[in-house]
Structures are given as structure tokens and as C-alpha cells.
Design a protein around this ligand. Sequence first.
Ligand code: GMT
Length: 375
Amino acid sequence: MKIGIVCYPTFGGSGVVATELGLELSKRGHEIHFITYSQPVRLELLSNNVHFHEVHVPEYPLFLYQPYELALSSKLVDMVKLHGIELLHVHYAIPHAYAAYMAQQMLKDEGIFVPIVTTLHGTDITLVGSHPFYKPAVTFSINKSNAVTSVSESLKKDTMRLFNIKRDIHVVPNFIDLEKHTHSFTDCQREMMAEDSERIITHISNFREVKRIPDVIKVFYNIQKNLPSKLMMVGEGPEKEAAERLVEELGITERVIFFGNSNEIDRILCFSDLFLLPSQTESFGLAALEAMASGVPVISTNTGGLSEVNDDGFSGYLSDVNAINDMSNNALKILKDLETLNKFKANAKAQSQKFDLHNIVPMYETIYEETLKAF
Ligand code: GMT
């Protein structure tokens, strides 16, 4: 199949999932066209069946807001015509499904028919989409897509509850390339980060409010009072400065390293003992899955799709949002001795195998085939 993929090409989970999906589909013989405003961060290898087409949004002083959706829908029309793309897989209802629908209508006018598969990732539904301003556009985009997928059962339920949806939603969980996460490192140079006696705790996110960054720091504060440890904070975002201030106020600057956005996630996870994800909400929690695939147990909240990813008492523990003491005690339970830690590490790895890309990517292929047939 010739498939056009639209996503936010940034460090966010949805961009990572879309990119990894495209790359795996290309390995399975499909021709993939990424149509995005910049080259997706994890798209390193361009090959003869992976293509990248940049959406330019020209700056025009008359417009206070530059019309990205218009530029995207025009680009989709051009690329479908030029490359004979048979199906568009868009990640995020707003604005991608919305723009794809416009492209579909323009193409229809010229006698070209291209179905749209929309994947819902969470933020568009739970945080932004249900906002009254966006609700009609999100509802319309979902109902007009030819197939809709959601990354967890929980997100599907939220979508059905928050919007007037008149179609079925397929749950296709996010996935992981286990080979990439089976460390190629024989030595990830742990000694550069911490003493042998210290435990390494890690958090990776885009430092938005929904990630509850202060909770990460408070849980770590409790851990390090009981166990010598270090905290690795990976990512960039609006809450980072406040996080740096909190670390200073608590007097733990020596114990916390802020990395910024990193292309060395695998290496960081390789030397990590525990992953913290105390989010307010999380439709899936790809970062937690990536941690588990590297054999790192997860302390997370139990909201959204997290309980579908992190198996309480097995790959880590789940707690209520804001339950700092519970999360701290659970972390200490895992970290208290090497035998327990190693058991949780093995369990985390085993849990991640449920999301092996070799099992999940064919689910998307089936949806594409059925959608094309029905269209
Ligand atoms: O979590 C974010 O802030 C980024 C956002 C994104 O657009 O990548 O993540 C959402 O999609 C990911 C991939 O499906 C999920 O793993 C995240 O749980 C989801 N974030 C939220 O629901 C808050």
C-alpha cells in the first residue's frame, strides 16, 4: 500500500508512534510518505520506500495565526496526486483529521478517492478536544474519518463519553520495537552517573503541567531520604524552570540531573533502576512502555490508560494521582534490595512484550485493508 502519515513530528509520544509505525510498515513492503511540518525526530533513515514531504506554512503578516490546516490539506492533495497515495493515516483529530477531511473532499472533486484512518492519542480528546471551542470540529473529524483507532480502552471510553460519536473505535495499543530496546550497550557507563551503591531514578516527558513534575521531585525527595539515589530528569517543557527551583529549595541539586531533550533515551534507560510517571492523566504512557522495554520498573498513577500498560505489583506499582507517600513507599519497596529490584526489572521487560510491534503493527494493516475495501 502507499500510505501517507501525518503527525506532530516532535519528541511527543504520538510522533514517535507514528514514525515507528511508518518505518515498520516500510520494512513490511509498504510505501510510506510522511507529510509533516518538519522531519520527525526519530526518522533517521530515509530509504526508497520512506519519503518525507515538508508542509510549509508561509508567514504572512496579515494573518495573526498562520493557517497550518490549509497548508496541510493543500499539501495532502498535491502529495496524493503526485505519489498515488492510497490511504491517509493521521495522528490526532485536531487539526490533522480535520485537514485530511478537507483534502479528501478536494480530491473527490477531481475523481480521486482516499480514505482517512485517524488515531486518537489523548491530548486531543481528554485535554483540548473537549474544550467547547474545539468540540464540534473534533466530533466532526472523528465521525467523518473512515476508520478511527484509539491507543487504549480508556481513551476510547473517554472519547465516547465526551463526544457524540456515531462510529466504532478500534483500540490499537501503542507498541515497542523490542530489538531496539534490547541494549546494544554492554556497558552504558553507569559509573559516569552514579556510585555503585546509588539507585538511579528517571523521569522522561515534555514537562507539561499534566505530567505533575513537582510530584516526580517530591517522590524522589522521599526516596533519597531513605536510599542513596540520583534523579535523571529528561525533556524540555514549560514546567522545567519551576522544577529546577523546587530541586534547589529542597536542597537536592547535587542529586538531580536535568538533561533536556535527549537522543540517548536508550542509554539513559539502560542505567536506570526505576521510572516515575505521576501524570494527572495519560491516554497510554508510551514513556512508561519504553522504560519497561529497557527493563525498568514503573511507579505511575492509575489514571487513563496507565493501568493497561503498567501491571500493578508486577511491572511496578500504580497509585492515585497526588498520592506522593504511596508512590514513595512503592518505589522503596522495589528498590529496597537487589533481589526484589532484579525481579521487578525482569517483570517490566516481560510486561513490555505484550506490546511487541510485531503483534500490533499487523492490526493497523488489517484496519487499512478493511477501510480500503469498504471505501
Ligand atoms: O503526553 C504528552 O504530552 C504528549 C502526547 C503526544 O501527543 O504525544 O502524548 C499522548 O500520546 C502518547 C502516544 O499515544 C501517549 O502515550 C500519551 O499518554 C498521550 N498523552 C496524554 O494522554 C496526556
